[in-house]
Structures are given as structure tokens and as C-alpha cells.
Design a protein around this ligand. Structure first.
Ligand code: PMP
Length: 353
């Protein structure tokens, strides 16, 4: 029946999300969720909202959430855009800010949604290979492009850039929009947000799915010069003027406000990551330096797919990418201490075989 499809859909290869099992049988270390619950203040805010009414439309501008982000980062709310998860924010970014007449630049080995959005919005693309140590070589991102996007820390590698390198890139590319996708920034990298005051071509995207334990709520945001935000608002209002429901708005705002809980969760994950890296290395894994809530690690024999399958059969899900250059690696989300104990015990048995 695909003769009814538009030509655009005929050539579209949608993003394939990580496995989301419907049962509770798995220790889930495959999609970089936070193993800890959201702040109790988030739950209280949602309960309060539920006790009020879902009968009415939400605030289309989600001002409560925007104001909480603005207060957290010392910005004005006109510098803030919010959406239903950062995936939706990114979709609007691709639509609103990247130019189709020159190639969009992003790393080869990065977030696999980027090529999908580029295809959906008919943008031409030039993927820039990572350096041999899997770091991003920003000097290869030369001008005459339709825009630049990269995650910092990168996914699935976890490696982070210094702000000085990002600043240099911004200076070299002042005529195109540079988007830094900071989904994992809170686990040890420096945010580029302070640079938005100086660089009107910089947009920084973040999510509440990882460090604020709200993957299920779907809340993300972008910050940048008001002119960039205005473009995003125009596109958003042409799609769905109510992307965030009432519960998401109050819950996300409360999460931004509870700074103490947020700091505690990030510290816990960083501490567990440090231990896991040491233990994986002791098992002979080669582990890339990570500033994220996951590690990217090569088992001693490079038999990552076999290990992924064996772990899955034993109830532990990690991520394996069947892609050139990285098929010998596993991406492992940092879970609770107890979850990591189970994983490490199983890995120890598997690499000993
Ligand atoms: N950017 C990167 C680099 C990611 O890995 C993810 C999570 N898959 C996202 C954005 C999207 O996260 P969310 O839509 O949950 O905010």
C-alpha cells in the first residue's frame, strides 16, 4: 500500500530507538536513563496539578518551565525554548535553523537521530569522522556550511570537549548556527550556555531525561539568542502549540528548581562511573574516558555483540551498535551500585570464558 505514501516518506528511514522492554525482567542499562527516581518535589507538583484540573488546555508557552530554566541559568525567558523532550526540540532546530543550500556538519559516530532529521527536512549532510581516539576534531568543521550540530559529551562515546574548542568553532563559523546538544553535560562536562551571551549563532540544547530522571515525562529545552528562539517558536506553533501537557510543565519546573537533589544524583552517578571504569579495566576492557552517564567500552576480545546477546539472555540490557568502527564496543548506562554489581559479575564470567 506504499503507493499512497508521499515521495518523502518513501525514502525515509526512521530512527530506531533503543530497546524498551514491556516487562520488568531486565536491568536496563541501554538507553541512558537515570536509575534514581525524580525529585520528590516533582512528584508533589504533579500530584497537586492532578488534584486541580486536566480539563483545561495547558499554557502553550509553558512559562512556568521556561522561567525555571531562566532562573537556573541566569537568563531571560525569551532566551529559552521548551519542547516535548529534546528530540522534539532538535526536530524544530533542524527545521528552523539549518539552511538547505549548504551541507549540515555533524560527527560521523554521534546521535543517530541527526541523519534522520536531516533526511526528513531534506538537508544535505557532511559527516565528519571522529579522530582516531574517538574525540571530536572541531578544526575539521570548516565554514561554508548550512549549520553544525554535535553532542557534548558525544554519544555514544562519552568524550567531552573543552569550552575553548567550542568557542573557536563559533568564531570561525559566525554565519551559521552551531548547536551543542548537551543531553549528558551534567555528568562532568562544562556547559556552553554562558557563551550564548557572546555568540548569537550558538544554540544549546538540554534534556531533563538524564540528570533529572524524567525520561518518561518528555521535557527538553534550548537556550540561545532571542532571534534563534523566535524561529523555533514559529515552527513549533505551526506544528503543535501545546507540546507540553500540564503535568510535564509543573513537573519539569519543579525539577529545575530542586538543585540540591539534582546535584546529589549527578554526584552519585559520577561516583559509580568511576568505580565501574576501574573494574571494567581490571577485566581487560578498554574504556573511553567518559563525561556522561554511560561508558563506552571494548571487551578484551572485541566480541561486543556476543557479550551483548549473552547479557540480554541473562536479563541485562546494554547497547551494541552494529556500525563500522564501533561494533567492537558496548555502551553501558551507569545504573545503581547494585545494578552495576550484577553487570560486573556477569561480565567477569563472560570474559573469563
Ligand atoms: N540528544 C542525545 C545526544 C541523546 O542521546 C538523546 C537521548 N536519546 C537525546 C538528545 C534525546 O533525549 P530526550 O528526547 O529524551 O530529551
Amino acid at each position: 500500500m506504499s503507493q499512497y505514501w508521499s515521495p518523502l516518506v518513501q525514502q525515509l528511514e526512521p530512527y530506531v530507538p533503543g530497546e524498551q522492554p514491556k516487562d520488568q525482567r531486565y536491568i536496563k542499562l541501554n538507553t541512558n536513563e537515570c536509575p534514581y527516581p525524580p525529585s520528590p518535589k516533582v512528584l508533589a507538583a504533579i500530584q497537586q496539578e492532578l488534584a486541580d484540573t486536566l480539563r483545561l488546555y495547558p499554557d502553550p508557552n509553558a512559562d512556568l518551565f521556561k522561567d525555571a530554566i531562566a532562573a537556573y541559568y541566569g537568563l531571560e525567558s525569551k532566551q529559552v525554548f521548551v519542547g516535548n523532550g529534546s528530540d522534539e526540540v532538535l526536530a524544530h532546530v533542524f527545521h528552523a535553523l539549518f539552511k538547505p543550500d549548504q551541507p549540515l556538519l555533524f560527527p560521523d559516530i554521534s546521535y543517530s537521530f541527526y541523519p534522520v532529521y536531516a533526511n526528513l527536512y531534506r538537508l544535505s549532510v557532511k559527516q565528519i569522522p571522529l579522530a582516531t581516539d574517538f574525540s571530536l576534531d572541531l578544526t575539521a568543521y570548516t565554514p561554508a556550511n548550512g549549520g553544525i550540530i554535535f553532542p557534548n559529551p558525544n554519544a555514544p562515546t562519552g568524550s567531552a570537549l573543552e569550552l575553548a574548542a567550542i568557542e573557536q568553532l563559533l568564531q570561525l563559523n559566525s554565519s551559521s548556527v552551531v548547536v551543542v546538544d548537551e543531553a549528558y553535560v551534567d555528568f562532568g562536562a562544562a556547559t556552553a550556555i554562558p557563551l550564548i551571551h557572546q555568540y548569537p549563532n550558538l544554540l544549546v540544547v538540554q534534556t531533563l531525561s538524564k540528570s533529572r530522571s524524567l525520561a518518561g515525562l518528555r521535557a527538553g529545552f534550548a537556550v540561545g539568542h532571542p532571534a534563534l528562539i523566535e524561529a523555533l517558536e514559529r515552527v513549533k506553533n505551526s506544528f503543535n502549540s501545546y507540546p507540553l501537557d500540564r503535568l510535564a510543565i509543573v513537573g519539569a519546573a519543579a525539577a529545575m528548581q530542586d538543585q540540591a537533589y539534582f546535584a546529589e544524583i549527578c554526584q552519585k552517578i559520577i561516583k559509580t562511573r568511576t568505580r565501574v571504569v576501574t573494574q571494567l579495566q581490571a577485566l581487560g576492557f578498554q574504556v573511553l574516558p567518559s563525561a556522561a552517564n554511560f561508558v563506552f567500552a571494548r571487551p578484551p576480545l572485541g566480541n561486543a555483540e556476543a557479550i551483548y546477546l549473552a547479557l540480554k539472555a541473562q536479563g541485562v540490557l546494554v547497547r551494541h551498535f552494529n556500525k563500522p568502527r564501533i561494533q567492537a564496543y558496548l555502551r553501558i548506562t551507569i545504573g545503581t551500585e547494585a545494578e552495576m554489581d550484577v553487570l560486573l559479575a556477569k561480565l567477569s564470567a563472560l570474559v573469563a570464558v
